[in-house]
Design a protein around this ligand. Structure first.
Ligand SMILES: Nc1ncnc2c1ncn2[C@@H]1O[C@H](COP(=O)(O)OP(=O)(O)O)[C@@H](O)[C@H]1O
Ligand SMILES: [Mg+2]
Length: 192
């Protein structure tokens, strides 16, 4: 079972971020009986359970009219902002954003969504190779549940060890699919 809320999956390419986020997203949507929208930033393999949408409106109809699991690769930031907006209003869905760092660092709609997930009833799952700069700032402010996969030496590794108190040496030697978890524990009360 996975808790409701804001989940961040961080690690090197191929470490297992999308694999786990996919399972969590599908589990949450199934348990809640709501639709799921996956922003497939890279056209990633491993998201085949989410039906590919051909347009923003196609995706919106599938998620909110038919409670389906849908993935879409936005053509530009404007399309992404529209979908982030829909995740807040009407909300009540699961929103999986794969590889957030491919988008501009300051996505105001993402900040809003992460801050208001309880209110909007949307679980937010974000994967990223690094937690650098603005993205880290925005996400950190919202106390996410963090899943730290294998990480090479980097500013992200420093951050994971300093801010989240995760052991640096262990982070560098995690196997594929292995992760360390950190973040708020009071969310157990919010289990689906
Ligand atoms: N826990 C796991 N069990 C089995 N296979 C896994 C696991 N985690 C990842 N994999 C496999 O490893 C590969 C890379 O995982 P992926 O999640 O796509 O990496 P990332 O998103 O971090 O780049 C995929 O083929 C995936 O199926
Ligand atoms: Mg991935």
């Amino acid at each position: 079972m996975v808790d409701r809320g804001l989940h961040v999956y961080v690690g090197a390419p191929g470490s297992g971020k999308t694999f786990l986020a996919d399972i969590h997203g599908r589990t949450l949507a199934g348990a809640r009986g709501v639709g799921g929208l996956c922003i497939d930033s890279t056209g990633s393999s491993g998201l085949e359970h989410w039906k590919r949408a051909e347009s923003v409106s196609d995706a919106v109809d599938a998620v909110w009219d038919r409670n389906e699991l849908v993935r879409y690769t936005p053509g530009d930031v404007d399309e992404l902002q529209q979908l982030l907006g829909a995740a807040r209003n009407p909300g009540r869905c699961v929103f999986l954003l794969d590889e957030v760092a491919l988008w501009p660092a300051r996505l105001k709609e993402l900040d809003h969504l992460c801050r208001t997930w309880r209110h909007t009833d949307t679980d937010v799952l974000v994967t990223a190779q690094h937690l650098s700069g603005d993205i880290a700032q925005g996400l950190r402010a919202c106390s996410p549940r963090l899943y730290a996969f294998r990480q090479a030496p980097s500013t992200t590794l420093d951050l994971l060890s300093k801010e989240w108190k995760l052991p640096e040496d262990q982070l560098q030697t995690l196997g594929q699919g292995d992760f360390l978890m950190a973040g708020p524990i009071d969310w157990h009360a919010l289990k689906t």
